[in-house]
Design a protein around this ligand. Structure first.
Ligand SMILES: *Cc1c(COP(=O)(O)O)cnc(C)c1O
Length: 493
């Protein structure tokens, strides 16, 4: 005897749409307030043990009331984020997001579009972004592009496209084999760690990545690169790829991309650019000249979620030779058969350009962001973060207790409080800044010296935040040096 299937009343849709609607409107209003009032809150606050413990619960077997779940979100999740929405957040390289981006995310979730493939307009929206990105970087109509999680993934895919361009599509069946053994790639010592990881994941191993020295401004030494390529060729190796940086993570250096392009052309090497945050500087007439040469790269990886302020995540890979890009990833399988009519039309599909089959609608929040603000305003916002970095630089230089540790090139300022045990003092200053909720810079190490690193990425950051950062560094610096000095009494600090 077959049992009747449960009826439609058993779906996951609400019984009472009106109640859900009212609840949804409250959530939306709360999130507008959350963003609008962000300044009134600390950048970050330590997570109470009780809060952390809440998220060690067992599997929820029964249904719960949405109102209660939402209250849990409001009380125990929303207050304890990393704080990158806040104008005082200056750590690492994180975008601030926008309310418009948030709304677009909601719309995208409602559509629940899967952008792996098939013939629907969400994919046309992604293609629209590809078109805009080509235009931004002066790439030809044959260039391809695809949204991915972030630049880490886009760099990995860039390495894979360069790999198949060099070894031919058979590398996908045969693996690197002997032909791949001597392939070497080149980047500067200042390049982000995900590039070495990409070499590892692509099967070359990190030893196949040559790390070239940089000048005082952390730009790759192109002569040293040329010499290394020549030495490797002489040793029987096969150089195939150069990864340039447009905005290094430590201090925001931009390699001489035009010189890298000339070298790659002479040496027949693939030029990939890690432009994670810096590449969008192309939108600012003031910053764009610094990126000269990026238009001649073979591929560019960058993030809309950093300087572009699109909510996480929205990474992107642009490849000059779209056909090469497709050949690197496309894999015909019966259940993804393409047609010229119906929903299975519209080939090639995004899944032909990367390893993901199921893909969210990252393009929508990017489309909304670009249309709502326009590239002029986005470019001006990017230039403003750089102007704020120069403002901070000037304050550091003018303050005898502070020391600038690297030239300011874009939007990143590395400095520290002068002290005897400066590494320890500055690490403590940064931890105190975080705990105070005033500002959240991060740290890095430059020439063996620990630096306070302020990366001005958030569009909300303004001079007040810079002033507050400097004042707090001086205050905490004085406190730390008192507490570390031998004369400090017991219990100090
Ligand atoms: C942020 C960053 C990355 C990594 O990008 P994700 O989007 O975090 O994966 C790579 N390179 C540079 C220069 C970066 O700033």
């Amino acid at each position: 005897m077959t049992k009747a299937p449960p009826d439609a009343g058993e779906t996951l849709d609400p019984d009472d749409w009106d109640a859900l609607r009212a609840q949804g409107h409250r959530m939306l209003d709360d999130m507008f307030d959350y963003i609008a009032d962000v300044r009134a809150r600390p950048v970050w606050r330590p997570i109470p043990a009780e809060t952390r413990a809440r998220f060690r619960d067992g599997l929820p077997r029964a249904s719960a009331d949405l109102d209660d779940i939402y209250r849990e979100f409001a009380d125990h999740i929303a207050p304890y984020t990393a704080g990158n929405v806040h104008p005082g957040f200056m750590g690492w390289v994180n975008g601030g997001g926008t309310a418009i981006g948030m709304l677009a995310e909601m719309l995208a979730a409602g559509l629940n579009a899967n952008l792996g493939g098939r013939d629907h307009v969400p994919i046309e929206v992604e293609r629209q972004i590809v078109l805009w990105v080509r235009q931004m970087f002066g790439f030809p109509d044959t260039a391809s592009g695809i949204f991915v999680t972030g630049t880490s993934m886009a760099n990995l895919m860039g390495v894979l496209v360069a790999r198949s361009a060099r070894l031919g599509p058979s590398v996908r069946q045969r693996g690197l084999s002997d032909r791949g053994a001597g392939l070497t790639a080149y980047t500067s010592v200042a390049t982000h760690g995900c590039v070495a990881q990409a070499m590892d994941l692509a099967g070359f191993g990190t030893d196949a990545l040559r790390r070239i020295p940089v000048d005082r401004c952390h730009r790759i030494d192109v002569d040293a690169l040329r010499a290394q390529v020549a030495a490797d060729r002489a040793a029987g190796l096969t150089p195939f790829l150069v990864i340039g940086s447009a905005g290094t993570v430590d201090i925001g250096a931009v390699d001489d991309l035009a010189a890298l392009h000339a070298l790659c052309r002479d040496e027949n090497l693939w030029l990939h650019v890690d432009g994670a945050y810096g590449a969008l500087g192309i939108l600012s007439p003031e910053i764009a000249p610094r990126l000269a040469g990026i238009e001649s790269a073979d591929s560019i990886a960058f993030d809309f979620h950093k300087w572009g302020q699109v909510p996480y995540d929205a990474g992107f890979l642009l490849v000059r030779d779209g056909e090469q890009h497709r050949r690197t990833f496309a894999a015909p399988v019966a259940y993804l058969r393409r047609e010229t009519r119906g929903l299975a039309a519209g080939s090639p599909w995004p899944c032909d350009y990367g390893p993901d089959m199921s893909r969210g609608f990252r393009a929508l929040k990017t489309w909304f962001t670009f249309k709502a603000y326009g590239t002029e305003k986005l470019g001006a916002m990017i230039a403003r973060t750089c102007a704020l970095a120069r403002y901070l630089e000037a304050k550091v230089v003018a303050e005898p207790k502070l020391e600038l540790l690297a030239p300011v090139q874009l939007n990143i300022v590395c400095f520290r409080y002068r002290a005897d045990d400066a590494d320890k003092v500055n690490a403590r200053i940064v931890a105190s800044l975080h705990e105070s909720g005033i500002a959240a810079p991060s740290t890095t190490t430059l020439d063996g010296r620990l630096a306070i690193r302020a990366a001005i990425v958030n569009h909300r950051t303004d001079m007040r935040d810079i002033d507050a950062l400097v004042a707090a560094v001086l205050e905490f610096g004085a406190r730390e040096t008192d507490s570390l000095s031998p004369r400090a009494g017991r219990g100090a600090g």
